[in-house]
Design a protein around this ligand. Structure first.
Ligand code: ADP
Ligand code: MG
Length: 761
């Protein structure tokens, strides 16, 4: 009898060659195959007969192939298929359909799924680009035939070409489930399933693949059947339980219990330049409470741009220093590290304590670096501010007590901080700061092993940033506005999506690549469903357009710098900064802008993170429709940092997709980063959100964080209960000893295999 952990090559109907192919899709065991769920279902219980179709509806039709031909129009080849039932006929059209030639033979049975459109020709209706599947004919075995028609049929993302598409998967998965009847081990405790009303694992697997007759289609398509919910819950439960375990292990580690005394409070009071906001007070209290604990702090401080994270972090660092420990602050760029260094020096000058502050970045000369490393190593530097150089230069601290990581766009460096403390020393506390508002659901899993503090209030006295959309034709007015602001002594940024030459491969486009290109005019856009209910637009023409930019008329920073400098902004001091400049040059330019020696800075998104230029009041973004929502929000955050009224002007191209529209409108409507983040998540899906795929967000098999928020919250709750049952009753509710042991065993196996996180530190 097959087992879930059998290598997939032993599954009937797979074999070694196919196993190798599908391994690339992450399918290695029988279990993986069973958790490869259909992304869609077709109601072929009662397929619609052709005479009852209504225009506008989505319909599933089973009919006989009557004829097929390729029409060569001037625009493109169109493949036309005619199917029929008795005297009724239906036409199906595929644009650029040459690839379908020879695919259909008259007399074959075909299942079609698509939108019913009125047709002018003899047939009553047509379908444009329907999904289709050739059905087995009478000569195929009855069992196979039964999987295809007369039931709710699962549709799968192909595991490799047409050979490993839905039909193949139905057969293999059906047989596997049959052969494992009664032998799929349960992995959740009975009591928990009962309490939550979730079906058992085997039933759930069977029913998501082969839904029983009469299952509501809407529920199926929304992955909301009890069977779906059970499998989604299962996945999220084990994720949350793993995170729970990680947190528990962290609590068991030996950290530093920092003391808070009146002396410390006085030290903080000395340097505070203003009254902290209520949110700053609250988050600091949360941080300090952690720091007092004997276990190491692992906390995330989230706060929108300008919410005042720095001063909160600085206070935490004073706590460490006043306790005789060193504190380190790591920034993502040299400019930011230097900015933090200067700001910290200025603030701490007010202190009677004479803290020694040291900067360590890659571009310092070797002698300086060596000297600073010495100061750090001997414990003479109490506050160390730097870049990645802190890790790369193998700096070893004497008594490192607190690490603050600022603007943590690139995640996954946490483990490496181990390098920075001396062996046999207590684990330092760690505070991660991010200006990226992360929706709670994502934060829960992305940073599930961190506690979270949110700075949800801006310091007083800020005037909201005025945000406007302007079509490209009116750019002249924008330049005029920029000139006026400069005449009033202000500064401006003008941001472009690419550096030079219309080329789309510039590193700055990391985020912009997934921005949806505008829809081409000709054919109705072809929506291709990818998987797990996520859809991606396939706009072949638009894709061509982005890759042959000559046509796209994309403006670049380098060219526009030249044009603006000599044209509309002539006479102003116009600078240029982008990612291809080396770090020193970037730094020089940024400093000149900071000192007010440059009026207008033409830039790419390199300016996205954190440099504070309070005198800059205008942020112009050209081709704004090409940027991600989060990115535009970050860019806008570069202005509005002083008392003067600030402006964000989004110049847009001629064609904007509906999603692009939605993004731009949201930006004009609100300045609330969390609201925008939620929207971004909803639009793009968790996979694309802030490039989280690279950032270590687990790649879920069945769950979808946007769709399954509620189940995530439930799973988190249940995981906490399971890990720490409060009393005898809860313990009972968490299952028998044997069940609990099984849960832990599965957790270990699942995490090691899928996330590799538990042991990671
Ligand atoms: P971010 O969260 O983006 O890192 P910063 O810490 O750089 O924000 O703070 C943004 C600006 O607001 C800084 O100029 C800072 O001095 C100022 N600021 C921070 N907190 C307050 C406060 N409570 N009252 C007045 N100004 C503040
Ligand atoms: Mg900051």
């Amino acid at each position: 009898m097959p087992r879930l952990d059998d290598p997939v090559k032993f599954v009937r109907g797979v074999g070694p060659r196919v196993a190798e192919l599908i391994a690339a899709k992450g399918i290695q065991t029988a279990e993986d195959l069973l958790y490869h769920l259909p992304f869609r279902y077709e109601d072929r219980q009662n397929p619609r007969s052709l005479d009852e179709l209504k225009p506008g509806e989505m319909a599933s039709v089973i009919a006989e192939v009557r004829g097929a031909m390729l029409l060569r129009t001037r625009r493109m080849p169109i493949f036309e298929l005619t199917v029929g039932q008795g005297r009724h006929a239906l036409k199906c059209l595929w644009f650029n359909g040459s690839y379908l030639q020879g695919k259909f033979q008259a007399g074959q049975t075909v299942a079609l799924f698509g939108k019913v459109e009125p047709s002018r020709s003899t047939s009553n209706f047509k379908m444009i680009q329907p999904q289709f599947e050739l059905l087995p004919d009478a000569s195929d075995d009855a069992e196979t035939r039964l999987l295809e028609v007369g039931r709710i049929t699962p549709v799968y993302e192909s595991l490799g070409g047409s050979r490993l598409a839905s039909r193949w998967q139905r057969k293999v998965i059906f047989n596997l489930l049959e052969n494992m009847r009664g032998a799929v081990p349960e992995c959740l405790p009975q009591a928990m399933m009962q309490r939550l009303g979730l079906p058992d694992r085997e039933t759930s697997l069977r029913e998501v693949h082969f839904p029983p007759e009469g299952t509501p289609m809407a529920q199926l398509q929304a992955a909301a059947t009890p069977a779906h919910r059970r499998l989604i819950f299962e996945e999220l439960f084990f994720l949350e339980l793993g995170l729970e375990l990680k947190r528990r292990r962290m609590r068991e580690r030996v950290g530093i219990s920092f003391a808070t005394t009146d002396k410390l409070r006085e030290a903080i009071r000395e340097v505070l330049p203003f009254h902290p906001t209520a949110a700053q007070k609250r988050t600091l209290a949360e941080i300090v409470a952690d720091m007092r604990q004997p276990s190491p702090m692992r906390r995330l401080l989230q706060g929108d741009v300008g919410s005042g994270k720095t001063i909160v972090a600085l206070q935490a660092m004073i706590v460490a220093m006043e306790n005789g420990y060193q504190a380190a602050l790591m920034a993502p760029t040299e400019i930011l590290a230097t900015q933090h260094y200067l700001a910290a020096r200025k603030l701490l000058e007010r202190s009677s304590r004479r803290y020694r502050i040291v900067l360590l970045t890659g571009s310092l000369d070797e002698d300086r670096k060596r000297a600073n490393r010495g100061l750090i190593n001997r414990g003479e530097a109490q506050l160390v501010i730097g870049t990645h150089a802190l890790i790369e230069e193998k700096v070893e601290f004497d008594r490192l007590g607190l690490i603050v990581v600022d603007e943590q766009h690139r995640f996954g460096v946490l483990q490496r901080f181990k390098l920075m403390k001396k062996p046999n020393h207590a684990e330092p506390d760690m505070l991660v700061m991010t200006a990226t508002p992360i929706p709670r659901t994502l934060a829960l899993s992305l940073y599930g092993d961190l506690e979270i503090s949110v700075l949800d209030e801006l310091p007083p006295g800020r005037t909201p940033i005025v945000t406007r959309r302007v079509p490209g034709e009116r750019a002249e007015e924008v330049w005029e506005f920029v000139r006026k602001q400069v005449a009033q002594g202000r500064q401006a940024y003008i941001v472009y999506p690419v550096i030079e030459g219309n080329r789309d491969d510039a590193p700055e486009l990391d985020f912009a690549q997934d921005t949806d290109a505008p829809a081409p005019a000709p054919a109705a856009p072809l929506r291709k469903t990818v998987r797990k209910g996520k859809t991606a637009d396939l706009f072949p023409d638009a894709q061509q357009e982005t890759s042959s930019p000559a046509k796209s008329g994309l403006r670049s920073a380098v060219e526009m710098h030249e044009k603006l400098r000599t044209g509309p902004l002539a006479g102003l001091r116009v600078g240029l900064i982008h990612g291809r400049l080396d770090a020193d040059d970037k730094e020089v330019i940024m400093r000149r802008f900071q000192r007010g020696e440059i009026d207008v800075l033409v830039a790419t998104t390199v300016i996205e993170v954190g440099v504070d230029v309070p005198n800059a009041t205008v942020m112009v973004v050209e081709h704004a429709e090409r940027f991600g929502l989060a990115q535009l929000h970050q860019l806008r955050g570069r202005v509005g940092r002083g008392a003067a009224r600030s402006y964000c002007i989004l110049i847009t191209g001629p064609r904007i997709s509906p999603v692009g529209e939605e993004r731009l409108n949201a930006l004009v409507r609100t300045q609330d980063g969390f609201e925008l983040a939620e929207l971004d998540l909803a639009i793009r899906g968790p996979g694309e959100f802030f490039g989280t795929r690279q950032a270590g967000l687990p790649d879920f098999r069945v769950a979808n964080l946007v769709r399954d928020r509620q189940l995530l919250e439930l799973a988190k709750l249940e995981a906490a209960r399971f890990a720490h049952p409060a009393d005898g009753e809860e313990r009972e509710a968490a299952g028998t000893e044997a069940e609990r042991a099984r849960v832990w065993a599965r957790l270990k196996e699942a995490w090691q295999r899928r996330y590799g996180l538990v042991e990671a530190g």
